[in-house]
Write a protein that binds this ligand. Structure first.
Ligand code: F3S
Length: 645
């Protein structure tokens, strides 16, 4: 029986466990990445593990999220991460160098290796045949400190791509098309493995765009084979030595298979407020007037993406009512575009060039106007993420974005003239001036912690009885942005949990913080896919700080569930989903015999004292997850048990 690509990489790096779907295994972590927004927590956690050296082949700390410095807070965080990186032997990427995933793809990603990152779009490096998984900060801290990562062996979904892309149709349209087909839950529990003749149509950066938004499908990760196109990409990046060919066997076995014909795909858009609310642009009947167009993000900021935009805009003028903002993915790309004149074309057309960072994607500036319409080449359009609660964000390809910036309306680019063709240079500019490599002698290096950096909360061991009020009941598809909003005002407090806690669930209600304080913590009830979206660990750490004991939902998004367990907060699901209707906000509930039920893997009985009914709940997790919960979180577990494989 032939092997798929995913199993080949897992097998090569397997440290413990049986490689069978659903089993828990430990794999060697070859590389890690962090960004500053989640990284402060990772390095605080690493500090508490008291290690001397990293156990990975390579770890990189990127600064790309919180780069606005309107006060001392972000600068303090950068300094903390810089000094911690030097102490432990981690490469530091200075602000201005670029977006973590684009940079990692260009500079470090290796076919056949395993990367874990404290950012949900870590799968971007799947574009070059690397098994790259987004996970919680604590998983990354343990990955750096101990060199391993535990995961449940995922199912593998094969998407076979056939045919050729139509003119004006790009990789972004392909992944939007897949999102329309599979929805934001369609990839849950799967690694998505791409194959077929159609992949020869796609460059590594195209593949990276598709792998990037596999996160929006809820997939564990997405991966492409490592082929001649991968080799060519690495050669142009001056890294041919990192190439290894890697394919699934011809008779590889998959859990599920889908065939997509690229010829069927037209320019698409994800309408507000979900990445799977996708429609063909040609099917939109009304004219949609656009106020803002934003091009960039880890999804669409490659050299090719931006050169296509520059070619479309060359000699043209941005519509008078449109603000076009562009943030390139890496300093190398910006320099190359500066040298070849394309940057001048963008400026001459009227574009606003931003710093080489995540910028507006994370709500770090450029919030649209009240009730504004923003077209973005990004990956998420959840309500409020852009910084303006009542703005409508549409996700589109760079081509659609550029053409619409000229016309002032959401425009099907294929109605425009000839599609741009971008020549890729033989050699990319590769220079290192924004990287700080760790010094050889790292004895006695000091880690600098400014006043913005507060200790992270640590849970207590799980008691056998939980009791309290339901503080909040949510609907389906609640995102980590809903749980712990992220915007330019709050981002500087990513290392300050007490301050952040005042805004918990702020997009849903105003007084959650007060409710939680008044009731000494309590419970949250969720619908389907609770905690989808960003990997943000703060969506678990802040509820922990506010005394949340358990979240009871119809289903959980993968990374958030693991973040809850790592924080010592119990994630439970309804045995019968209709029982969701038997619980209301402020009901008094209790769970008895918790430890016993967890140890016996038996159902857990919740008693709704207010309504006098009982509800059966299930904990879905491994023996190790239970041990972590019993210890009050992963940090306690890792430190107390000093686990090693
Ligand atoms: Fe940054 Fe947005 Fe990607 S915040 S890492 S560009 S999803």
């Amino acid at each position: 029986m032939g092997k798929n690509l995913t199993y080949k990489i897992l097998e090569k790096n397997l440290l413990s466990g049986n490689l069978k779907t659903g089993n828990e295994i430990a794999v060697k972590v070859n590389q890690t990445l962090t960004q500053d927004s989640t990284g402060t927590m990772v390095y605080l956690q690493l500090e508490s593990m008291k290690i001397k050296n990293i156990k990975t082949d390579l770890s990189v700390a990127y600064i790309d999220h919180n780069t606005l410095q309107t006060g001392f807070e972000n600068a303090d965080d950068h300094e903390f991460i810089k000094t911690a990186a030097a102490k432990y032997g981690i490469i530091f990427s200075k602000p201005g160098n670029g977006i973590c995933h684009q940079l990692h793809l260009e500079r470090f990603g290796k076919p056949g290796s395993i990367l874990i990152g404290s950012d949900s779009h870590t799968p971007t490096c799947g574009g070059l045949g690397m098994l790259s998984i987004g996970c919680g900060g604590l998983d990354v801290a343990v990955g750096i400190a101990k060199g391993y990562y535990y995961l449940k062996v995922p199912k593998v979904l094969n998407i076979e791509l056939k045919g050729k892309l139509n003119p004006w149709v790009s990789a972004k349209d392909v992944i939007l098309y897949i999102l329309k087909k599979l929805t934001v839950k369609g990839g849950v529990g799967y690694v998505i493995e791409y194959s077929g003749d159609g992949i020869k149509e796609l460059s590594v950066t195209d593949r990276a765009t598709i792998a990037n938004m596999g996160a929006e499908l809820g997939a564990t990760t997405s991966i492409f084979p490592s082929d001649e196109i991968t080799k060519d990409f690495l050669k142009r990046q001056n890294r041919e030595k990192d190439f290894v060919p890697l394919y699934a066997d011809d008779d590889a076995v998959y859990d599920k298979k889908i065939i997509i014909n690229l010829n069927d795909i037209q320019p698409m858009t994800a309408m507000p407020h979900s990445p799977d609310n996708v429609i063909k642009i040609s099917d939109i009947k009304d004219k949609i007037k656009v106020d803002q167009v934003a091009i960039g993000s880890c999804t669409n900021s490659s050299y090719t993406d931006l050169m296509k935009v520059a070619k479309i805009l060359k000699g043209r003028k941005i519509h008078k009512d449109v603000s076009l903002i562009i943030s390139p993915g890496s300093s190398n790309i910006l320099k190359m575009m500066s040298d070849n004149g394309a940057l001048g074309d963008l400026i001459a057309a009227g574009a606003r060039i931003l710093e080489v960072t995540c910028g507006p994607c994370i709500g770090m500036g450029q919030a649209p106007k009240t009730n504004g319409i923003s077209l973005r080449t990004f990956n998420r359009n959840f309500k409020g993420r852009c910084g303006t609660k009542n703005a409508d964000v549409y996700l589109v390809s760079p081509e659609t974005a550029a053409v619409s910036a000229i016309t002032g309306y959401l425009t099907n680019p294929s109605t425009f003239r000839k599609a741009p063709i971008v020549e890729i240079p033989d050699k990319f500019e590769v220079y290192d001036n924004y990287f700080i490599y760790p010094p050889k002698n790292r004895n006695n290096l000091e880690v600098v912690m400014g006043p913005n950096i507060k200790p992270f909360p640590i849970n207590k061991p799980l008691p056998s009885k939980l009791e309290g009020k339901i503080l909040l009941k949510t609907s389906d598809n609640i995102t980590t942005d809903d749980i712990m909003p992220s915007n330019a005002k709050l981002l500087p407090y990513r290392s300050n949990i007490p301050e952040l806690s005042k805004y918990c669930f702020g997009t849903l209600i105003d007084d959650f913080y007060i409710r939680a304080k008044k009731n000494n913590g309590g419970f949250i009830i969720g619908g389907e896919n609770y905690g989808q979206g960003s990997s943000r660990e703060h969506a678990a750490l802040v509820p922990l700080y506010l005394g949340i004991k358990a979240v009871i939902a119809k289903s959980f998004a993968r990374i958030h569930k693991s973040n809850l367990i790592n924080s010592g907060i119990l994630p439970l699901i309804f045995k019968n989903k209709n029982d969701y209707n038997l619980l209301k906000e402020f009901d008094e509930i209790k769970i008895n015999n918790l430890i016993e039920s967890l140890d016996n893997k038996s159902e857990i009985t919740l008693i709704n004292k207010t309504k006098n009914v009982s509800i059966q709940l299930i904990f879905e997790g491994s023996h190790r997850d239970i041990e972590i919960l019993k210890h009050g979180g992963y940090l306690n577990y890792a430190n107390l048990t000093n686990i090693d494989i």
